[in-house]
Design a protein around this ligand. Structure first.
Ligand code: GLP
Length: 246
């Protein structure tokens, strides 16, 4: 595992952006695995700027998002589809039909999970998967206790994850209780993984990530076995991991 420690969020976003842009430069028809949450927002802004400056062409790129809330339609402002359209897709020249996100309103959600996993296999797996980390070590919506053998599946969100995400909703009651997420095994299929962590809020999770053995109680620890995994972390998020060394 490579660990890149950067000064702050701005630098983290620039580094992540240049890794993604290099990937697309290497292969114009790259498949990218994308994430939602606050962490990748700066990276998306950098990518948009790169596109506007003519650095990157997304016309042959495909993307897979990790997860989607169950019950929210694509035009619901808190759905991950809406988030991705607003924060990235509508600002670059990617074709709509090349952007994949699980359908949280599918009539048969079990079927939707199987369909999505097949798509990941057929079109992907991603050349590069971008990931954030939850404060409890979740990746995608794979909560502690999720099997490392899991593929795309339905999850019950923990209270801590719902609370952490409540800031995007008008009240706690509005936060969905379930989601569809790519599983740990699905995520590990990616050729390269880029995990981002920024800010003090993530310091405990990063310390645990660096120190822990592989355990299903801490989903991000599954990434430690991946053959090409990079963590970009800013000083605030890295701080507790270093405290131990000194
Ligand atoms: C959500 C998403 C994850 C994300 C995590 C961290 O639960 N499902 O994919 O990594 O939150 O979010 P943030 O980057 O806002 O801290």
């Amino acid at each position: 595992m490579n660990i890149i420690v950067v000064k702050d969020y701005k630098e983290l976003s620039e580094r992540a952006c240049s890794i993604i842009e290099n990937q697309i430069e290497m292969r114009a028809a790259s498949v990218l695995g994308l994430a939602t949450g606050s962490t990748p927002l700066g990276t998306y802004q950098e990518l948009i700027q790169g596109y506007e400056e003519g650095r990157t062409d997304y016309s042959r790129v495909s993307t897979f998002n990790l997860d989607e809330y169950i019950g929210l339609s694509p035009d619901h402002p808190q759905s991950y589809r809406y988030f991705m359209n607003q924060k990235l897709f509508s600002h670059i020249n990617i074709s709509d039909e090349n952007t994949y996100i699980p359908d949280g309103k599918a009539e048969d959600l079990q079927k939707e999970c199987i369909r999505y996993e097949r798509l990941v296999e057929e079109i992907g797996p991603p050349d590069l998967q971008l990931l954030g980390i939850g404060e409890n070590g979740h990746i995608g919506f794979n909560e502690p206790g999720t099997s490392f053998e899991s593929e795309t599946h339905i999850v019950q969100l923990t209270d801590s994850t719902r609370e952490a995400n409540a800031r995007f909703f008008s009240s706690m009651e509005d936060v969905p209780t379930q989601a569809v997420t790519m599983g740990i095994r699905s995520i590990l299929k990616s050729r390269r993984i880029l995990l981002l962590a920024s800010g003090e809020r993530k310091a405990t999770a990063i310390k645990q990530f660096i120190e822990s053995e592989r355990t299903e109680q801490f989903p991000a620890s599954s990434l430690k076995d991946h053959q090409d995994m990079t963590l970009i972390v800013d000083q605030a998020a890295y701080q507790k991991a270093i405290e131990k060394e000194t």
